[in-house]
Write a protein that binds this ligand. Sequence first.
Ligand SMILES: NC(=O)c1ccc[n+]([C@@H]2O[C@H](COP(=O)([O-])OP(=O)(O)OC[C@H]3O[C@@H](n4cnc5c(N)ncnc54)[C@H](O)[C@@H]3O)[C@@H](O)[C@H]2O)c1
Ligand SMILES: O=C(O)C(=O)C[C@]1(C(=O)O)C=C[C@@H](O)C=C1
Length: 369
Amino acid sequence: MSQTVVVIGMGLIGGSIAQAIKKSNQQHKVIGVDLDERTLEHAKLLDVIDEQSTSIKEAAEVADTIVIATPVSKTVEIISTQLLDVELKDNVVITDVGSTKLTVIKAAEKLVERGVVFIGGHPMAGSHKSGVHGSRADLFENAFYVLVPPENQESEKATEHLKQLLEGSNAKFVTMDAKSHDVMAGSVSHLPHIVASALVHQLKGLEEEHPMITNLAAGGFKDITRIASANPIMWRDILLHNKDVLQTMMEDWRDDMERVTELIKAADANGLHAFFADAKRHRDGLPVKKAGAIPTLNDLYVDVPDHPGVISDVTGYLAECEISITNIRIIEAREDIMGVLRLSFRSVEERSRAEACLQSHKFTTYVGE
Ligand SMILES: NC(=O)c1ccc[n+]([C@@H]2O[C@H](COP(=O)([O-])OP(=O)(O)OC[C@H]3O[C@@H](n4cnc5c(N)ncnc54)[C@H](O)[C@@H]3O)[C@@H](O)[C@H]2O)c1
Ligand SMILES: O=C(O)C(=O)C[C@]1(C(=O)O)C=C[C@@H](O)C=C1
């Protein structure tokens, strides 16, 4: 049966949700709502949505499902004020995609009191890029997608409805309570974001005295600080809405840094070794292949001889095989040694096809997981 789905906030996540819904529900109508008309024009041109609107009220009135994909403070405002003034359909299901859950669920209490079903949501995948241009139907493929249903009878039916609606995302749905979500997301997403941005601030502070410093910032710094390029409004809101959890985590973090400082001061070789060895053991044991904690990047490593044109050979063969690369990086390219290329693909299937394609051209490839 055809339904109307309204997605409020046509950015990276809203656009990806809209595309995933359209992928597996061609019969549904997806209306995109945003404050920014140009964003809506682009979403329409890119075929991300069927219709556009700048009015939450007008769109929400005709919606069977509403997905709110704005920064968390706006989401809270929309839920606790704007949607309260709307004559919603009787069986409407409302969800959000915000990176924090407790304040969002709390904000939804008034709607819930009115008999509206609200299920919190958070797809655990994304990017440091924002905006509808970066959105993709497969952005959440293989990633965990957290749902926070209320404790009542209708929630089971509504949860199933959402899972079905979002089936095209190929995400792995899990349900949990808001508090547990905020603690876990605080550890694996929010605290790392603060640390990444702090590292960039530290580099900035040294730039005047050491102008060469940015040239030396190689793999490690780039890997650990990529996320510092994300949207500051989104991250401001995340910290404001996971305040209590993050205060405690920052204190624990400070204690940890204090502990390492003491080990350095005391030149405690064993203590320092244990600090790194313990982290390595734990990090190496994290589920890389499974969806989740460390999302698979679908990477393929390719040995390349050190001669001019070899990278264009690799990309050329992949183009011939009609395989798109989402990221490419030279890991080792020093003189006299074999270089290693790291290629990233959208899915494991694409990576397998790339493997076969490059092996048929006599390249040695391996999956680094
Ligand atoms: N980016 C990620 O990696 C990621 C991953 C998972 C969840 N999230 C969550 O998803 C949400 C959206 O993030 P994003 O990365 O898509 O941001 P984005 O900046 O790409 O998009 C947000 C969109 O919301 C619109 N908007 C803002 N206020 C609005 C309002 N009052 N009414 C209508 N539209 C409004 C903006 O114009 C923009 O187009 C956030 O809550 C974020 O915490 C982000
Ligand atoms: O991959 C990235 O760039 C992200 O930062 C994605 C990321 C994360 O921290 O893992 C960011 C915020 C979200 O709420 C979920 C996912």
